[in-house]
Structures are given as structure tokens and as C-alpha cells.
Design a protein around this ligand. Structure first.
Ligand code: C2O
Ligand code: CU
Ligand code: CU
Length: 484
């Protein structure tokens, strides 16, 4: 049967034709079926040398490998995720961003402490279709090691572009690395594909609540298989690139030790049973393999919803049901036991602003409600205003410390993100952490509030803060900050 004949038959919607060794048959399923269980792979790693990494990143639509199948999505240099960029403190990262898509885009280096001006981490740059732009990011010599990431930031299209495959990891190498058997970068994303492997559009409801894809992938793979020997220590660098999905990660039967989250480091790693990554968050984890099989899972996390509008409706991810766990990867541990690894070196104590002089106190209130610009659409605001790139909402004095109270009277969580300058959590839901906790995405729970302190050191310029449920950001839950 020719493709034309198949098209003439019509009436089957997105049904596909599958030709296999056993002949030819119709499949009436319009759902994408991933192939799970392949050997774990990682995106290509590009490393700096002599203090510089020069890369070309071409954002383009095309056929990419997702869940073990070909799909029509977006990718940087044809892959999902894009290449992993490995840097050291003091390096210069030069990126030529080439836009081979039909819509505008740009680039943001999420979490890096670099200048937001000019051709630095400037989200106000627009790269039109067919054009390119040369970014240059200069990392301070003492830049915190850890895992960061890059993604587009053109307002109004951020969720669509990331959901369709535009993201990649950035690693800032540890000057005092932990001895491990191996290091794995795990970029976790979600996407919805139809039966023909095309990325699904977000419905108005998806945009309101924040879209969650029904495939949850690790490095573009569905439930990849990882192997280790008993006693081996691995370092996992995990990124949550999902547009709106929170990842409550568990690795039952294995020991997980947390070395850091975002740019925040812990002097000594602490054992954790569970790790909550809001959209945009990253974790630096040590896993000491114990014999047997274990699954890396995402347990259900209730992030609320618009009153009476949301719930775990519809088909659950990876073929699961309702609030069931999502299996992300399988770790098989067997073979001859490895010798015990040496002790984990302690990391320098993080900065602490709890006793700092506070130059200004501010309140930021997040609202999802009322009527926005579009007919029947909700509005998403911070302090009652939708994003406007030409307005400056917050002006802070360089070299001062501020305290911000993030207030969320809405019935759903909003993960708050500030570019360039990391935040220290001072109080969350009425409790004060007993050690300095640094994040660049801080979850502000439904009907809750969080206090953070920020040190506006090093860099001046205009940048943004926003909700990292990127559908909310695209609809206006973003503000402009200028430090001068
Ligand atoms: Cu990861 Cu402004 O974003
Ligand atoms: Cu960011
Ligand atoms: Cu939000």
C-alpha cells in the first residue's frame, strides 16, 4: 500500500501504518508507544580547554530520537537533550545560537552566576528565524560547582520550546572532586507525542495549570537501564527540565546522598530517602550501589490546581494510572563487589545571610485568577501586574542584601526563580532552616509563603524573576529587576 493509498483511505485520524516482518497491519492507536529498557546513554559532552568553550547550538525542528523511537520535535544540534557543556570556574563560555526554526528564540543559562548584560545572560535578546547570535558568558573564578542548564527564554514561547525538546545540561566541574566509579548526567523531561510522533499542542487548561507530558524521559530515553557493581559509588547530576511537573524522586533499596541542590552546596552530604525537584531545580547526588535491582521513580506530588478544575485526570504518564509512581530508570547492581570508595571530601561552608544587614524588604505576591488579556483566560501576575519587558518592576542597589517575602494566596504551587543571583531560604511555611540553604528555584506552596535573602553582589544590569511553571511565565507571571 502506498502512502497515498493510505491517505485516501482516511477516516483513521492520526492512525499510522506499521510494516513489520510479519506483514502489514493497521494500528488505530493514536498514542505514541515508546520503547523502554535500552542501555542508559548520555548526550555528547563538550569540555572547555584553556579557559574557554566555544560551541554552536542550532535550534531546529526535525526528526529526533525520543523514547527509543523517531519523533518530530525540536532539538539543539539534532538531539534531545542538547550537548552537555562542561566548564570550570573562571571559564568563558561562547555560544553561537543559530535559529533554524520558524519562530523567534534566544538562550538562557539557568542558574549560572554571570552578567545579564549585553551578549551575556540577557533574556531580552531576540534571535529571529534564520538569524544567529553570539553569546559570551564569563564565569567568576569562584563560581559554585554543580549542575546548571540552558534553555530558550523568548517570552510567550518558553513552555512550547522547552516542552518540544530545547534544553541541555551545563556542569561546572568540582575543584575537589569526589572519587566515584562514574558520573552520570540525567536530564529529566516530559513531553506528549501523538501516534505519529508529533508534539501535542497545549490546551487552554494545560496552559492554566501548567502542562505535564505523558512521557517522562531521562536523557530522551524511556526507563533506561543502568548497571553497576555492588559497592560502587556513582555521582548523579539530575536536572528537572519539565515545564510544570514536580519530580519527587525515590531510589528504593539504594543509598542516596545529597551533595547539593542548584548552586547550593552542603559541606557534608546528607542521606535522603526522597528528593523534591520543582521545575528548574537540579540535584547533585551520590549513590552507593547495593546488590539487586532498584528503580528511580517519581512519586506523586500534589501541587494543587485551580479550584475545582484540576485533579489527576486523563491518562497518567508512562502508561501508569492516576497518582501511581512513574518509573524513570532501572539500576541493576550485580557482579563482584567493588572495594570501598574513599571518604567524600568536605565542601566549603556556604555563605550565610541570616545575620546580614538587610537594605530592603519586599513582598512579591503571585496571583492566578481574574480575567487576563484573552477572552476567558486567567491572568497570571506578580504584584497584580503581567510581565512587560519595557517596565522595570524592582530596582535593587548593587552590593546590598535584600529580603523578599514570596506570597502565594493561590490554590496551586508556584516555583519562584530569580536569574543571576541565588536566593537563601530564610523561612519556609513558618519554619527556619537550621543551615544555609541556597536555591535558584524556590517552591512557594499554595496558600503559603517563603522568605528569601539575596546578595546583589558582582553583577549589575536588568534581568528577570518568574514562576518556573513556564506556562505561567509565558502568560505574564514574570517581573523585571534592575540592579544598579
Ligand atoms: Cu530556567 Cu528564567 O529560567
Ligand atoms: Cu533561569
Ligand atoms: Cu506558577
Amino acid at each position: 500500500m502506498s502512502r497515498r493509498d493510505a491517505l485516501l483511505l482516511g477516516g483513521l485520524g492520526t492512525a499510522g501504518i506499521v510494516a513489520g516482518g510479519a506483514g502489514l497491519w493497521w494500528t488505530v492507536s493514536s498514542r505514541f508507544s515508546p520503547v523502554a529498557g535500552a542501555e542508559f546513554t548520555e548526550p555528547e559532552a563538550l569540555r572547555s580547554s584553556s579557559g574557554r568553550l566555544q560551541v554552536r547550538l542550532e535550534a531546529s525542528p526535525g526528526s529526533v530520537r525520543l523514547g527509543g523511537q523517531q519523533a518530530s520535535a525540536l532539538g539543539y544540534n539534532g538531539g534531545v537533550p542538547g550537548p552537555t557543556l562542561r566548564l570550570r570556574g573562571g571559564d568563558v563560555l561562547a555560544v553561537e545560537l543559530v535559529n533554524s526554526m520558524a519562530v523567534p528564540t534566544n538562550l538562557h543559562v539557568h542558574g549560572l552566576h554571570v552578567s545579564p548584560q549585553g551578549n551575556g545572560d540577557n533574556v531580552f535578546v531576540v534571535v529571529q528565524p534564520g538569524h544567529s547570535f553570539s553569546y559570551e558568558y564569563r564565569l567568576p573564578a569562584d563560581h559554585p560547582p554543580g549542575v546548571y542548564w540552558y534553555h530558550p527564554h523568548h517570552h510567550g514561547m518558553v513552555a512550547d520550546q522547552i516542552f518540544a525538546g530545547l534544553f541541555g545540561a551545563i556542569i561546572v566541574e568540582d575543584p575537589d572532586p569526589v572519587a566515584t566509579s562514574r558520573e552520570r548526567v540525567m536530564v529529566i523531561s516530559d513531553i506528549t507525542l501523538d501516534g505519529s510522533g508529533t508534539v501535542a499542542d497545549a490546551s487552554p487548561m494545560d496552559r492554566m495549570t501548567g502542562r505535564e507530558g505523558d512521557l517522562v524521559l531521562v536523557n530522551g530515553q524511556s526507563n533506561p537501564k543502568l548497571s553497576a557493581r555492588p559497592g560502587e559509588r556513582e555521582r548523579w547530576l539530575i536536572v528537572n527540565t519539565c515545564v510544570a511537573r514536580y519530580l519527587r524522586l525515590r531510589l528504593d533499596g539504594q543509598q542516596m546522598q545529597l551533595r547539593g541542590m542548584d548552586s547550593g552546596r552542603y559541606p557534608a552530604p546528607g542521606t535522603v530517602d526522597e528528593l523534591l525537584l520543582a521545575p528548574g531545580n537540579r540535584a547533585d547526588v551520590l549513590v552507593t550501589a547495593a546488590a539487586g535491582d532498584a528503580t528511580l521513580r517519581a512519586a506523586y506530588y500534589n501541587r494543587g490546581g485551580m479550584a475545582g478544575m484540576m485533579g489527576p485526570a486523563g491518562p497518567a504518564p508512562n502508561g501508569g494510572q492516576g497518582t501511581a509512581d512513574i518509573v524513570l530508570a532501572t539500576l541493576s547492581v550485580s557482579g563482584a563487589p567493588a572495594p570501598a570508595p574513599p571518604a567524600v571530601p568536605t565542601q566549603p561552608a556556604p555563605a550565610d545571610l541570616r545575620n546580614a544587614v538587610v537594605a530592603a524588604h519586599r513582598q512579591l505576591t503571585f496571583a492566578a485568577g481574574g480575567m487576563g488579556m484573552g477572552m476567558g483566560m486567567m491572568s497570571f501576575t506578580i504584584n497584580g501586574r503581567e510581565f512587560n519587558a519595557s517596565r522595570t518592576d524592582t530596582t535593587a542597589a548593587a552590593q546590598t542584601v535584600e529580603e523578599w517575602t514570596l506570597i502565594n494566596p493561590s490554590p496551586m504551587d508556584h516555583p519562584f526563580h530569580l536569574h543571576v543571583w541565588p536566593m537563601q531560604i530564610i523561612e519556609a511555611r513558618g519554619t527556619t532552616p537550621d543551615a544555609p540553604l541556597w536555591r535558584d528555584v524556590v517552591n512557594v506552596p499554595a496558600n503559603g509563603q517563603v522568605k528569601v535573602r539575596i546578595n546583589f553582589k558582582d553583577f549589575a544590569g536588568r534581568s528577570v524573576y518568574h514562576c518556573h511553571i513556564l506556562d505561567h511565565e509565558d502568560q505574564g507571571m514574570m517581573g523585571v529587576i534592575e540592579v544598579r
